[in-house]
Design a binder for this molecule. Structure first.
Ligand SMILES: [Zn+2]
Ligand SMILES: [Zn+2]
Length: 187
C-alpha cells in the first residue's frame, strides 16, 4: 500500500475516533454548558424542551462546514493532505451516523440490543440526568470524563410518553416488546 493510501486510512480512523470526542464536546460543552448563550446551545435546549424538535438540516450543515474545513486544513497541515482528507471523511461519517442514531432513538425506538442500550443511555439524559450521558453513539467519553451513569430502567413521566411515539404505540397496542422492560412510566 502506498504512503498516500496509508495516510488516508490513518486519517479516516483518527477522524472516526475524533468524532466520538466531538460528539461529546458539541453536546455537553457547546449544547449544555453555555446555557443558551450561543446558537448551538439554544438549539440543543429547544430539543430538551421538545424532544421531537430537531435542529433543521440546513442549519446543521451550516454548523458542520466550518468544523470540517478546520479539520481538513488543520489535520492536512499537521499530517499531510491525504491524512487530512481521511480525517475529514471520518468525522463527516461519524457525524452522519450520530444524526441517524439520535433521530432513530427518538422516532423509531429500540430495534436491537445495541439500540436498546443507546435509547436507555440517551433517554436517561433527557428525563432524569441532563448532566450525564452526553455521548450518544458511545459511552467512552462519559466513562473517561466521569459523566457516565449506567441505566437499567428509564423513568418516563406519563406526560412525556406522547413524545416517544414508539413507546406510546407499544403501550397502546398491549404487545410486550422486550424493550418495554427498560421503561417505567411515572405518573
Ligand atoms: Zn435527544
Ligand atoms: Zn442534552
Amino acid at each position: 500500500m502506498g504512503a498516500n493510501a496509508i495516510g488516508l486510512l490513518a486519517g479516516l480512523a483518527g477522524g472516526l475516533v475524533g468524532w466520538t470526542l466531538l460528539e461529546y464536546a458539541i453536546h455537553f460543552w457547546l449544547g449544555h454548558l453555555p446555557r443558551g448563550r450561543i446558537l448551538t446551545s439554544r438549539e440543543h435546549l429547544a430539543h430538551h424542551a421538545d424532544i421531537l424538535y430537531f435542529t433543521p438540516f440546513a442549519l446543521k450543515v451550516r454548523g458542520a462546514i466550518p468544523v470540517l474545513s478546520a479539520v481538513l486544513l488543520g489535520a492536512g497541515a499537521a499530517f499531510g493532505a491525504w491524512a487530512g482528507a481521511g480525517a475529514t471523511i471520518g468525522i463527516a461519517a461519524g457525524w452522519t451516523v450520530y444524526e441517524v442514531v439520535h433521530q432513530s432513538i427518538h422516532v423509531n425506538g429500540p430495534r436491537s440490543a445495541w439500540s436498546r442500550w443507546a435509547a436507555r443511555h440517551h433517554l436517561e439524559h433527557h428525563f432524569r440526568n441532563p448532566r450525564a450521558n452526553h455521548g450518544v453513539t458511545t459511552p467512552i467519553w462519559d466513562l473517561l470524563l466521569g459523566t457516565h451513569v449506567p441505566v437499567e430502567r428509564v423513568r418516563v413521566p406519563a406526560r412525556a410518553v406522547p413524545s416517544l411515539p414508539w413507546l406510546e404505540r407499544a403501550l397502546a397496542s398491549g404487545s410486550t416488546p422486550e424493550f418495554l422492560a427498560d421503561y417505567e412510566i411515572a405518573s
